[in-house]
Design a protein. Structure first.
Ligand SMILES: [Zn+2]
Length: 247
């Protein structure tokens, strides 16, 4: 009799120096990714964040004009916890971010500025594993990021970027999609998990609006549970999973 085999996730490549994470909203990286980011910055790698919006439409009880700056501050604080100091906002409109050439150009420009070998984004598919519907912002930003990794290397796409001094960057070797229901690779979450908890906790206003539970209990259970479930496919170690696309 043969045991049913669970396909194991492969270790993420580690022969790189710079990564750029591109997501739609403050907290998108903290809901699952930041334990990996902490491990990478510990190892001396540079990681920068680009957010398409300031998440200004994310809290029902707060006007966007008040919410945007607050969520920006929370995002910068949560990035700092995992060793990330470069945090940029593209100022697309939260909730109605449009997939299209404007978004691709802004992301391609960011890729040319930061010159990463690894680009990270969040689930670009219609659903979360066929269970829950994804938001249009995540779909738009994820798809545009996968596309912009190529756009960044072609001088004839968005020639205005070259005129602004942003030379093509052909060095993106992989795009890693977090939150994918078909992951291929993983990073050991053990060393970064505690900082991931503290990083997500920086989004305190958002979390307090989201749940009546104690924020720390909610965040710890969410991140630990997720990492342990992923770890069943990574030799039993708590893990952060990615679907890795080579280029
Ligand atoms: Zn989001």
């Amino acid at each position: 009799m043969t045991e049913p085999t669970i396909t194991q996730l492969q270790p993420m490549p580690d022969d790189w120096q710079r990564a750029l994470a591109v997501v739609a909203h403050p907290d998108d990286l903290e809901y699952g990714c930041s334990a990996a980011i902490a491990a990478w910055t510990d190892a001396g790698r540079e990681v920068a964040y680009v957010l398409a919006s300031r998440g200004e439409a994310g809290i029902d009880t707060l006007e966007p004009a008040e919410c945007g700056p607050l969520r920006e501050r929370e995002q910068r604080a949560s990035a700092a916890v995992v060793g990330v100091s470069a945090v940029e906002f593209l100022d697309h409109k939260d909730g109605v971010i449009e997939y299209g050439t404007a978004l691709r150009r802004d992301i391609a420009a960011a890729i040319r500025r930061h010159r990463p070998e690894l680009v990270i984004t969040l689930n670009h598919r219609d659903t979360w594993g066929g269970v829950a519907w994804n938001t249009p912002d995540h779909v738009a930003v994820g798809r545009a990021t996968l596309d912009a990794a190529g756009d960044a290397g072609n001088r004839w796409i968005f020639p205005e970027l070259v005129e602004q001094g942003l030379q093509p960057w052909n060095g993106v070797r992989w795009v890693a999609v977090a939150g994918s229901s078909t992951p291929t690779h993983a990073v050991d979450a053990t060393p970064g998990l505690e900082r991931a908890v503290r990083s997500l906790l920086q989004h305190r206003t958002y979390i307090e609006a989201l749940t009546s539970e104690d924020p720390e209990t909610y965040v710890r259970e969410f991140l630990t549970g997720h990492a342990e479930a992923t770890g069943e496919r990574f030799g039993g170690r708590p893990a952060v999973a990615f679907e890795l696309f080579g280029r």
